[in-house]
Design a protein around this ligand. Structure first.
Ligand code: CU
Ligand code: ZN
Length: 367
């Protein structure tokens, strides 16, 4: 079939929306009609060419939501008409990591996915005879995509896909950091550094878990206001004073849980230093640039602070993402507040410009 898709032709240049070919699903694969897709920093980072592991041409996009149109041989958990979110972090339920119960980092298709191939080491995307590689195993800046069954989360049909798509990356990364990594408990004191989608997700997750006090640290008053809407109780505009203020406001101890959602290594250090002596846990959810290092004075660790990191908020995609979608339907996770703009696929480059200007929280492309 022919589909419209946003192709990264050349690093540092605008994406080119054009017709590309998409082959049908092979064994274990599913054809998904994409309905909505959030535009995330990782897409922009790859398009810029700064990521040394990036490649072109490819169809970007990974925060996708859609409807199953056809399934390949042997697919048992999904059927045409099912609503799904695309998972750049799959869950095979069989590998040594999936069965450990200790991590969400599935090993099943990692190598193929990193190189831009489906599990059988071929691509479904092409332009005439030229094969086009997939991006993050998802390539959802497109009207349709073919993905392995193990990389799709089935979600309730009642929920609007142009809101749920945020759970395919940014929102789950933040919410999961609070619920699955920190396991915030009722009454806890929390500090969140960075009020982009991931940080706001951490605020929403901490609030849902019953945190009593939630500090939001961000230089933008608009973004802090969003965090306050979601349950933040104290606003700080950042810098080294932020750590001193958090310590001061917590009897000199620090917060039970701190979350870093900026990707800046200096802020990561501040998040560690703002965690409580004795048991404070700092969860790193932001992605630092390749080659950067985190500077932590070891005494912070000897005195009982811990640092954890997580990809995709520690969420096991096929189990936890549907559960978060149900919490949204129950009115417990106001995902719609994360979305600031809706644009058609043809305006994908405007979505990148909005992100570069830090205008709004999340732009969702619709098809
Ligand atoms: Cu993302
Ligand atoms: Zn696995």
């Amino acid at each position: 079939m022919q589909i419209r898709a946003a192709v990264l032709e050349e690093f540092g240049k605008p994406l080119v929306v054009q017709d590309v070919g998409l082959d049908g699903p092979k064994a274990g694969e599913v054809l998904v009609r994409v309905q909505a897709c959030g535009v995330c920093h990782t897409d922009l980072y790859t398009a810029s060419g700064v990521d040394p592991s990036g490649y072109a041409p490819t169809v970007l996009g990974h925060e996708g939501a859609g409807v199953v149109e056809a399934v390949g041989e042997g697919v048992t958990s999904l059927a045409p008409g099912d609503h799904v979110l695309t998972l750049f972090s799959p869950q095979c339920r069989e590998c040594v990591h999936c069965t450990s119960g200790k991590t969400n980092i599935c090993l099943a298709i990692r190598d193929e996915q990193n190189q831009g191939y489906l599990p059988d080491h071929t691509t479904r995307l092409h332009r005439g005879d030229e094969r086009i590689r997939h991006f993050m195993g998802t390539s959802t800046f497109a009207e349709a995509t073919v993905m392995p069954e193990i990389a799709l989360a089935k979600v309730p049909r009642e929920a609007p896909l142009d809101v749920l798509c945020t759970l395919a990356c940014g929102a789950t990364t933040g919410i999961g950091a609070a619920l699955y990594i920190a396991k915030v408990e009722p009454g806890a004191t929390v500090a969140v550094f960075g009020a982009g989608l991931v940080g706001l997700g951490a605020v929403a997750g901490a609030k849902l878990a019953g945190a009593e006090r939630i500090f939001i640290v961000d230089p933008s008053a608009d973004r802090r206001a969003k965090a306050v809407d979601l349950g933040a109780t104290d606003e700080l505009d950042g810098g080294e004073e932020a750590v001193a203020r958090i310590l001061e406001e917590t009897g000199g101890f620090g917060a039970d849980y701190t979350f870093e959602a900026t990707g800046l290594v200096d802020v990561m250090r501040q998040a560690v230093e703002a965690a409580r002596m004795g048991w404070g846990q700092c969860v790193i959810a932001g992605v630092a640039g390749r080659g950067e290092t985190l500077n932590v004075i070891p005494r912070y660790l000897i005195t009982g602070r811990r640092i954890a990191g997580a990809s995709f908020g520690g969420a096991r995609g096929r189990d936890d993402v549907p559960a978060l979608a149900r919490l949204y339907l129950e009115g417990k996770l106001p995902l719609e507040r994360f979305i600031s703009h809706h644009l058609p696929l043809a305006q994908v480059n405007e979505a990148f410009e909005l992100m570069e200007r830090q205008d709004g929280i999340r732009t969702v492309l619709t098809f």
